[in-house]
Design a protein around this ligand. Structure first.
Ligand code: HEM
Length: 452
């Protein structure tokens, strides 16, 4: 790996024009090409310009790095060269300011330390209890339908789960308002219009944020004194080893961000998993057998048995490889850096691509084949580059909710697979839209055939 973090003062100042690439269309640059076909765009640019190339997207010139070494260089960020706040800020600053991913370096570390308290084993067991209690009735509802679209159904389930597990609320009128406010914020954050003009998604998003701030503010005093097991309460009480806690405003910013970070990502990854299990009935059967070998009679998954679902975990990891829900990870340079002989100026937006790395046939033979055994010791998991698989990022900003994501996916499978066979229409295939988040373009029509 060639890497020099800080450039010697005596060297020539870095210039973006010296990095291979082009400007794309007048004014919009490559933005529409990137949105329409991100994979094709990345492949073409790499063929033309190499693994480090300059693009012109979202009205800014950026530099993209490709490959596992590049992922490691950016995510581990040994030289504190890359700002996550500035990278993500372009997209999230207005609606999700001061979420964990929008903090950098020492301040980020301090906040992450406090937040870690809400993801320790004790609180995680509490979240699992809530998931186990609420999931069966919702999945049973799916089973009553002749056929349905899986993506909107799992999205609704994730929203409902977030309501109880994250906010500790019972479904009802108030939670509908909360869900609307939060989904309006997400829609606004991915829209092209970045100013809150009445009638635009950004306007609705800004109103949603105002609503959420007041809503959470009113609840904080009681949650600080509560023993409830939801994430909001845990965050209100979270404390690091030196007794540092979050202020009310910090709790609000983190809660709003956590909800956003969790719900679309789990929705997307479980959708890919269900699609692949529909296409690969042999794997469906293997996972079903593994669940039934746990011998849990009431259907609820105990925390102590979660690690026994080894094949289920491989299958989830393979789904995350094929369709990483976060297709690109942005940063911005806060000093000049050099990567593979290219000098990159301070203030340059940088992108790495989990999608491109995960579909690179040099690392993943037959990348379009669903093969969960890639994640087993015999499938070479130990020998592979540690940054060849980065659905959760890595380094200081590595996803804080990854164990939560595994847990929710396993709970869903524990309630779904022993009761239903996932059936897709003969010869059915679907396309996954990559940007801004991976999702099937047709919503994934499926049938659940009752087993018992
Ligand atoms: C399959 C599900 C998920 C995927 C694929 C995913 C993906 C990611 C990725 C790629 C990052 C790093 C971004 C970067 O380095 O810029 C990240 C960060 C984060 N994720 Fe997740 N995530 C998932 C689920 C969750 C869940 C369930 C939660 C909360 C319960 C969560 C909370 C967060 C937070 C707070 C961060 C910021 C961490 C930091 O900056 O220190 N995520 N996630």
């Amino acid at each position: 790996m060639s890497q020099t973090a800080h450039i010697d003062d005596t060297t020539k100042t870095a210039r973006l024009e010296d990095i291979p690439g082009d400007e794309g269309m007048p004014f919009f640059g490559h933005t529409f090409w990137l949105l329409r076909d991100p994979e094709g765009f990345g492949n073409t640019m790499r063929e033309r310009f190499g693994d480090t190339y300059r693009t012109n997207t979202f009205f800014k010139r950026s530099v993209n790095f490709f490959g596992a070494d590049a992922n490691q260089f950016v995510l581990m960020d040994k030289g504190h060269n890359f700002s996550s706040e500035k990278g993500w800020g372009r997209f999230l600053e207005r609606l999700f300011p001061r979420g964990l991913m929008l903090l950098d370096f020492d301040e980020h570390k301090a906040h992450r330390h406090i937040m870690a308290a809400a993801f320790k084993t004790g609180p995680m067991k509490g979240y699992l209890e809530r998931l186990n209690a609420d999931m069966p009735a919702r999945i049973a509802k799916w089973g009553k339908k002749e056929s349905f679209h899986f993506y909107p159904a799992i999205k609704q389930l994730s929203l409902d789960m977030a309501t109880t597990v994250f906010f500790g609320l019972e479904p009802g009128k108030q939670t509908e308002k909360v869900n609307k406010a939060l989904t309006d914020m997400v829609s606004a954050s991915i829209g092209l219009v970045r100013v809150p003009i009445p009638g635009t998604a950004m306007w609705a998003g800004v109103q949603g944020r105002k609503y959420m701030i007041q809503f959470l503010k009113d609840l904080i005093p009681s949650r600080r004194n509560s023993d409830a097991s939801d994430l909001f309460t845990q965050l209100c009480k979270a404390e690091d080893e030196n007794g540092n806690t979050f202020t009310d405003q910090e709790i609000i910013d983190h809660m709003i961000f956590l909800w956003m970070a969790a719900h679309d990502t789990i929705t997307s990854s479980v959708t890919t998993m269900v699609y692949q299990l529909g296409k690969n009935p042999d794997w469906q059967e293997k996972l079903r057998n593994e669940i039934s070998e746990l011998g849990i009679n009431d259907g609820t998954l105990p925390y102590a048995l979660m690690n026994k679902l080894v094949l289920n975990e491989y299958a989830f990891k393979e789904a995350l490889r094929m369709n990483p829900p976060v297709p690109g990870i942005p940063r911005e340079t806060v000093r000049e850096v050099e990567w593979q002989g290219h000098k990159i100026p301070v203030g340059t937006p940088i992108g790495i691509s989990p999608t491109a790395t995960h579909r690179d046939p040099a690392i993943w033979p037959e990348p379009n084949k669903f093969d969960p055994m890639r994640f087993s010791p015999e499938g070479g998991v130990k020998e592979r580059h540690k940054f060849a698989w980065v659905p959760f990022g890595g380094g200081a900003h590595m996803c804080v909710g990854l164990h939560f994501a595994y847990m929710q996916a396993k709970v869903i499978m524990t309630h779904l697979l022993p009761n239903y066979e996932i059936v897709l229409a003969d010869d059915y295939t679907t396309e996954f839209q990559v940007m801004p988040l991976m999702k099937p373009v047709d919503g994934l029509p499926v049938k659940l055939k009752a087993i018992k």
